[in-house]
Design a protein around this ligand. Structure first.
Ligand code: ADP
Ligand code: MG
Length: 619
């Protein structure tokens, strides 16, 4: 058959560009990637061979052989795993399948140094070969097929595929090393690299020199070894193997359960937040094994979505080896394992929170928004998750827990107050907070979209209801002002009630009501949602997502002690004109809207009123 030429997918082109600019200061990671792929390929065939033993029959001792050939300047990595046929070679080695990587590369800026540091968290997989090779040949034959294939590329935009004879089952990758990559021909150097990167790989890795093979690793599943015999470094390498990442684990959780159900789990919380954490296609990265045999990395039921940042493996002693991926759905044993994984992971996080609050706070900044999804998804863990939750608040810069908050509640305060906004900073600027500040009442500042969903669902913590600071009549009057404020507080000026009645009349249907506010201190007006109406921020969020057409009407709260409001009240009582109040009413409403970050209803009318008012002031 003729050689066929193909262009790489555009994203691969970009990736190869980044790789060529030497992605990693340490180029030896190419070996990690290739050995990792070889090990995955053997895992896949081992799984298929459970039901179709003939697939692996001709050569059932899975292994990876690494052969340096100094004269030819080649380094060969060969496995006897599942192999690839023509279509698979084209698809797998011509495109990027991993959703996160592909998405990232689509948006890559072209600023190579920046791209490099970001792409680092994905790993570049097979394409890392081009860091050290000027040409890469891949010979592969798929298990169960007779025809072998040769793929070749110099990593510059194109690759070619052709039929090849005498190809063994599995994949043999021949790297024609670059002039400056001669170090990867030295057996000693290779041994050191393999010891470092692949010690955890559970199949033998052999170095072949002068016809002799030498086994370089223990070839036993890392997770089955006693914890005391595993070094930090081995854990970290294993983490990078399962996560395809280049960072360190933030937290390593390794345990064996024996008794009703027997399994071993080795889970990691990553150090850096994966770019695709909120990508709906993102799968969690926990691989399922049964008695050391890899079954799948696509078992949606093994962990709930709110723990999707966890990576690692679970190895069950009890599930049948021949279990199909479909059978895993709704499997009662798996459900038990899942419950145990959840419980253990959360309790490890709680331990971290207690022992190392600072590193827990870092964790929370990256993964808190994901974990909070559990507050409405998982009734059973709700209390635990509420204890784990951290918030920004008006108390200060750091994060606070709900227990901290409750401990600081003021006499007469019955609710846990929160205020949501686009960002914590925006929320912190809200005028609605003034009355709380004047009473020393802490308010949680929320800025994650998920907050709008769990709060109504959860309702209360420690029997204290959550209450939006921008909704409902403020029971703030029940809480005493700080001493300083009390001293300065003047009685509500006479005429306030008449002014409010007048404002109501002027604004009519534009607002739900006009009320005197205890929520305000230095501002004249603000908007709030009526008790039972939707929170203002939530409503805006829903409108942005076109989930909501009609906005509910707001209550305009006025601060009776503000000079402007007091002045208007006085003017009115001294027979000021109704027209004057009407103009002022609309200006006040528009002002409240602007402060709230909402557009004014009629910008032209607003400008006209403002002009008129300014003119009067300079007259
Ligand atoms: P990843 O391993 O994250 O999927 P890679 O770039 O390392 O990404 O590899 C891309 C794909 O190529 C793999 O998913 C696999 O399907 C295929 N592949 C790579 N190496 C081998 C191999 N040695 N044997 C079989 N398939 C392989
Ligand atoms: Mg890979």
């Amino acid at each position: 058959m003729q050689e066929e030429r193909h262009g790489f997918q555009a994203e691969v082109g970009r990736l190869l560009d980044i790789v060529a600019h030497s992605l990693y200061s340490d180029r030896s990671v190419f070996l990690r990637e290739l050995v990792s792929n070889a090990s995955d390929a053997c895992d896949k065939l081992r799984y298929l061979a459970i039901t179709r033993p003939e697939l692996a029959a001709e050569d059932a001792q899975f292994r990876v052989v690494i052969t340096p050939e100094a004269a030819a300047k080649t380094l060969t990595i060969a496995d006897n795993g599942i192999g690839m046929n023509r279509e698979e070679l084209v698809a797998n080695l011509g495109t990027i399948a991993r959703s996160g990587t592909a998405a990232f590369l689509k948006e890559a800026t072209g600023d190579t140094s920046k791209d490099i540091s970001l792409i680092g968290q994905f790993g570049v997989g097979f394409y890392a070969a081009f860091m050290v090779a000027e040409r890469v040949e891949v010979f592969s034959r798929r298990a169960g097929e007779t025809q072998g294939w040769r793929w070749v590329s110099d990593g510059k935009g194109e690759f070619a595929v052709a039929a090849a004879e005498d190809v063994a089952r599995g994949t043999r990758i021949v790297l024609h090393l670059r002039e400056d990559a001669g170090e990867f021909l030295e057996p000693l150097r290779l041994k050191t690299i393999i010891a470092r990167y692949s010690d955890h790989v559970s199949l033998p890795i052999l170095l072949k020199t002068e016809g002799k093979e030498e086994k370089l690793n223990e070839a036993a599943a890392l997770w089955m070894r006693p914890k005391s015999e595993i070094t930090e470094r081995q854990y970290a390498e294993f983490y990078r193997h399962v996560s395809h990442g280049f960072d360190e684990p933030r937290l390593t959780i390794h345990w064996r359960a024996e008794g009703k159900i027997d399994y071993t789990a080795l889970l990691f919380v990553p150090r850096s937040r994966p770019l695709d954490l909120f990508n709906p296609d993102r799968k969690h990265r926990v691989k399922l094994y049964v008695r050391r045999v890899f079954i799948t990395d696509d078992c949606a039921d093994i962990l709930p979505g709110y723990l999707r940042f966890l990576q690692g493996i679970v190895d069950s002693e009890d599930l049948p080896l021949s279990i199909s991926r479909e059978m895993l759905q709704h499997n009662p044993l798996l459900a038990k394992i899942r419950a145990a994984l959840v419980k253990r992971s959360l309790s490890e996080l709680a331990k971290l929170a207690e022992k190392e609050p600072e590193s827990y706070a870092d964790f929370w900044k990256d993964f808190g928004p994901v974990l909070k999804e559990g507050l409405y998804e998982d009734q059973e863990q709700r209390e635990t998750l509420l204890k784990l939750a951290r918030f920004r608040s008006t108390y200060g810069e750091g994060l606070v827990s709900l227990a901290d908050y409750v401990g600081r509640m003021k006499p007469g305060q019955e609710a846990i107050y929160y205020l949501s906004g686009e960002s914590v900073e925006a929320a912190a600027r809200s005028p609605q907070l003034e009355g709380f500040a004047a009473r020393g009442v802490e308010v949680l500042l929320l800025a994650d979209p998920v907050d709008e969903f769990w709060i109504p669902n959860v309702g209360a913590y420690d029997a204290k209801p959550f209450k939006s600071a921008t909704r409902g009549g403020a029971e703030l009057d029940k809480i005493e002002l700080s001493e300083e404020k009390k001293q300065a507080q003047e009685p509500q000026p006479a005429g306030t009630d008449a002014l409010i009645a007048m404002l109501r009349l002027a604004l009519q249907d534009a607002v739900k009501d006009v009320r005197a506010s205890s929520r305000l201190d230095t501002s004249a007006v603000c908007l709030v949602a009526d008790e039972g109406d939707m929170d203002i921020h939530l409503e805006r969020l829903l409108k942005q997502h076109r989930q909501l057409d009609n906005a509910s009407k707001r209550v305009l709260e006025v601060n009776p002690r503000h000079p402007l409001i007091a002045g208007l009240a006085k003017r009115l009582s001294q027979n000021g004109s109704a027209e004057e109040v009407t103009e002022a009413a609309w200006l006040l409403l528009d002002q409240a809207r602007i402060v709230q970050g909402e557009p004014v209803a009629d910008p032209v009318a607003f400008a006209r009123r403002l002009d008129a008012t300014l003119l009067k002031a300079i007259a």
